[in-house]
Write a protein that binds this ligand. Structure first.
Ligand code: SF4
Ligand code: SF4
Length: 128
């Protein structure tokens, strides 16, 4: 007897837990989120690997524009302080950063090139 391995059965079988497919492919759009460990660092290793130029720069940290992020995971392993999480995996204590990334990325300028870490910049004037 033939087993029912139709297209719909295959789609229904997909869960986030057992596939590496981008979440957007599974019917909803997710984003990566920059959280508290980025504060004051800005190593910007993450910026140069983003294929969508999602990163925005504030005075003290970076943010990801959630509507531009394609959930590719390229940035997360580049961050030396583990500041980047997929939205679903943001630790409870940093949940507020999900909304903060959305709010701040709407008003902060893009950053697409690597910069020296903020800590290595001696009292540099910030912004115009
Ligand atoms: S690599 Fe990490 S700490 Fe550095 S700017 Fe990117 S998110 Fe922030
Ligand atoms: S997950 Fe990919 S698209 Fe989203 S911010 Fe990171 S590198 Fe950019």
């Amino acid at each position: 007897m033939r087993s029912p391995v139709g297209r719909s059965a295959a789609v229904e079988g997909i869960t986030k837990a057992d596939t590496k497919l981008p979440v957007s492919v599974q019917g909803r759009t997710m984003a990566y989120v920059v959280t508290e460990p980025c504060f004051g660092c800005k190593y910007t290793d993450c910026v140069v690997v983003c294929p969508m130029d999602c990163f925005r720069e504030s005075e003290q940290m970076l943010f990801i524009a959630p509507d531009e992020c394609i959930d590719c995971d390229a940035c997360k392993p580049e961050c030396p302080v583990d500041a980047i999480f997929q939205e679903d995996e943001v630790p409870d204590v940093w949940q507020e950063f999900i909304a903060l990334n959305r709010e701040m990325s709407a008003v902060c300028p893009p950053i697409t090139n690597r910069k020296e870490p903020l800590a290595a910049r001696p009292s540099e004037p910030s912004g115009p």
